[in-house]
Design a protein around this ligand. Sequence first.
Ligand code: AMP
Length: 403
Amino acid sequence: MSFASLGLSAPLLKAIQDQGYTKPTPIQKQSIPVILSQKDVLAGAQTGTGKTAGFTLPLLEMLSQNKRSGHSVRALILTPTRELAAQVGESVATYGKYLPFRSSVIFGGVSINPQIKQLQAGIDIVIATPGRLLDHMGQKTIDLKNIEFLILDEADRMLDMGFINDIKKILAVLPKKRQNLLFSATFSDDIKRLADSLLNAPALIEVAKRNTTSNNIKQTVHPVDRERKKELLVHLIKEGDWKQILVFTRTKHGANKLMAQLEKDGITAAAIHGNKSQNARTKALADFKSGEIRVLVATDIAARGIDIDQLPHVVNFELPNVPEDYVHRIGRTGRAGNGGEAISLVCIDEHDYLKNIEKLIKQEIEKTTIKEFTPDPFIKAEPIQQRSNQRNNRNRPKSATRR
Ligand code: AMP
């Protein structure tokens, strides 16, 4: 099946060709015709499935089919993180390069004034994180009353990050008549509730099964003692001669500590988490992509929306306490048809976390003990500290929400 047969016109087909895509991915095959038929959509898709093009291409097509004069914003794409907003913004620019639309990416952590200037000049498509968008709404520097399309990308993560009230405030100012698209990797009851309140007789699109992981990803658990995880990680990286590894920790502190330890062992590493400035995060990601650093240590929040093609190795240095995060984490590998490896270093403290994850993904993960790292049977389980800087509080007060 070709992109042309999905109903996209020449300027988009040319941009797709420039990208070197020859055929649509499964989510694109499903989403593009449905969105072009003006239906609301509820889509279950992880990063790596081509979901961004899956909504951006038909959005651009619809906007170009129904030209409108005037200055106000026509499409609003909400994302949970700045990184994802930036990446979606890049996709809109890339796919829309032969179309006349103007887009703007709006997120916090950077000066608001250039954003205001862009908005004043007239913007068709806004890609925003909820917090900064609300700031603009408060300052009346954005007009959303003519929105024709609302897209929530990684909606599950937005809810996890405590954005539900922000989303409600944004929804309240949008015109009733509009097309809504909701993309989410997992489907909790909260997401279902949001979908019910937001979507009008939506078409359901699912590529990977709900809360399941891709078959392209080889998942392995290496049992190991708590204090020997770092040593094992270094062993795996050196033995396997791994070049590009995304490593997850549960906490910001843990990320910093691990990064320092890896550097000491001569493995180039950077850490990204919510305490890092936007510039530091952007630089770390760029260095990781270019191969200048070998390991990127990330917390769950910071890793959202990281877009790296064919990431070969994802390591759970610590298992997440929210099982859905496991699905998100390992979705960073085995992308767009390429194989990938997801390795979890699991100590005795984490056996319950592992059980919950296996229950969620309905699959037992293969356990391989590495001989030199066989766990000491005399070590007892200890409770895992729930640190205050973890993202495990769905009812976090608004003041704590990162913008
Ligand atoms: P996403 O799931 O939107 O994060 O996309 C994952 C990656 O797949 C991105 O780097 C896209 O550039 C790439 N991609 C999207 N659509 C296609 C396609 N039809 N063929 C090949 N690669 C694609």
